[in-house]
Design a protein around this ligand. Structure first.
Ligand code: ZN
Ligand code: ZN
Length: 130
């Protein structure tokens, strides 16, 4: 599976050293991280979900460049999911396979807050879709 930005192969990473149970696929070039539904579900099991507020999806004219899901075939665009806790953080999420892409800068912003906070915004986004 390749990076949606750089098209280079993704490798195993641990996005947060405090939560070594949660594994992701990381890009060596842009430092982005892809988390699949199973990774998000594991995250949900080990973190208190009630910490987190409702997600907010920005209108299309505020969205940055559309990315393509690295998992799905045929190709699907990822949805932008903005964290209510930190508006610098916009996750790219696939409604189809429930994976989430974090850009390198986003991952840095998230780590300042705790990676779980922003990722659980994405989990809630998917739960709202079910
Ligand atoms: Zn990349
Ligand atoms: Zn997908």
């Amino acid at each position: 599976m390749n990076c949606p930005r750089c098209a280079v192969p993704l490798g195993d990473v641990t996005p947060d050293q405090k939560m070594s149970e949660v594994r992701g696929l990381g890009c060596p070039t842009c430092a982005g991280v892809w988390l699949e539904q199973k990774d998000l579900e594991r995250l949900q099991e080990i973190v208190e979900v009630t910490w987190f507020e409702l997600r907010h999806i920005p209108p299309p004219d505020l969205q940055a460049e559309l990315l393509t899901c690295p998992r799905c075939t045929p190709a699907r665009h990822l949805n932008k999911v903005q964290s209510d806790r930190d508006r610098k953080v916009v996750l790219d999420a696939c409604e189809h396979c429930h994976g989430v892409w974090l850009d390198g800068g986003e991952l840095h912003a998230i780590q300042e807050k705790g990676v779980a906070s922003a990722l659980l915004d994405a989990v809630r986004f998917f739960m709202g879709k079910r």
